[in-house]
Design a protein around this ligand. Sequence first.
Ligand code: AMP
Ligand code: GLY
Length: 434
Amino acid sequence: MRVMVVGSGGREHALAKVLKDSPKVSFLVVAPGNPGIGTLAALAPIASDDVASLVNYAVAEHIDLVVVGPEVALAAGLADNLQQAGIACFGPTQGAAQLESSKAFTKALCQANDIPSAAYTIFEDKDKAVAYLRTRSGPFVIKADGLAAGKGVVITTDLQEAEQTIADLFGGRFGGAGSQVVIEEHMVGEEVSFFALCDGKTSRYFGSAQDHKRAYDGEKGPNTGGMGAYSPTSLVTPVFVDDIMERFIDPTLRAMNTLGMPFCGVLYAGLMLTPQGPKLVEYNARFGDPECQALLARFEGDLASVLMACARGELDQAPTFHLNDQSAAVVVLAAQGYPDHPQTGSSIGEEAANQWGEQGYVLHAGTTRDGDGTLRAAGGRVLNAVGTGATLQKALETAYEIVDAIDWPIGFYRRDIGWRELNRKSDNPALLTS
Ligand code: AMP
Ligand code: GLY
């Protein structure tokens, strides 16, 4: 099988690492990839949202399966165009990717299908939105409708800031993403990232993880794409999995079918565990980053064959796979200034960090390599240190040993990844067995 992965982050490095081990894969290329991925797969210098070039390349190289990492490619219609060219694609069409690309679409779908989610109102007019805000008390949750790279959500107790946010969104801060604005009920609770594989008709639970969205320790600082993750989490029991599949994932798949937009790919439910039960914060139409890195560190099976079965609408015939009993932890190293103004170009010494083998390893994200071999930061999130072990504590120890072996004074990272789970276990011994 000739496989192409689209994307250039830690998620795609993790996908490439596992796909390369699939016995069926005879050729693996990543577009555009990064220097870390380049050590295990061919790289094609094509941007993730350059649909025409990606399709032309896939046709010319006789690619059998395309695995799409980032949402931009899906929202740009990559899956639709590949389908037309007769190439199997793991990732939804543009219509089905609206589950991620339009919050207004997803809110309406949830409401019509009794999928628990925050109450909401949609505005297309700034003055009406501001007038509505003034009738409410905070915290205010304000979201741009479209894709905004994880930065389209503002939560504030300050009415003035909320009004300014509305003005900014309608004023074009996120381009077209702000032409509709969603104002939501504020929910409270822990968050879980829940992943299901879908082939358009059927679904199968893949795994869960917990992300760390804030930039700094103690859940302080701005929201980011994610500063670290671990898997599994004791919040997710078999009963919980069945409940989420039954009340969230399966009704969503049925609704998408009825709308004539079957969803194929990975459906990622961002759930909040509120006192009233789990509620949907958002759907994503792709694997989470860095959650994917934690999930795939535990994957056992032939990933290429599983994803191909999904892409062909034959998930029920996929070979068996499972996530093993190990814990996995991911610590993201980001460039100073991330998420707003990451400082790029600094050199990174990571040679000493490449000695742990399968217990722990480095995955690249925003990196580039000079002609002389120097590794440099080229983005916001730059490296991921992945550790695995019999317990979360052990996995974290390994991940942080790797972080400490990376020589990059301009980088920063969180020291408290997994803190919720670690506290849960010491506070509540009953959870130790779950
Ligand atoms: P989203 O981009 O929709 O995932 O939102 C980013 C983050 O904002 C989520 O992970 C939550 O932490 C928070 N958030 C979003 N919606 C709400 C809400 N209705 N109530 C409380 N927090 C929210
Ligand atoms: N880590 C959150 C996301 O991938 O959207």
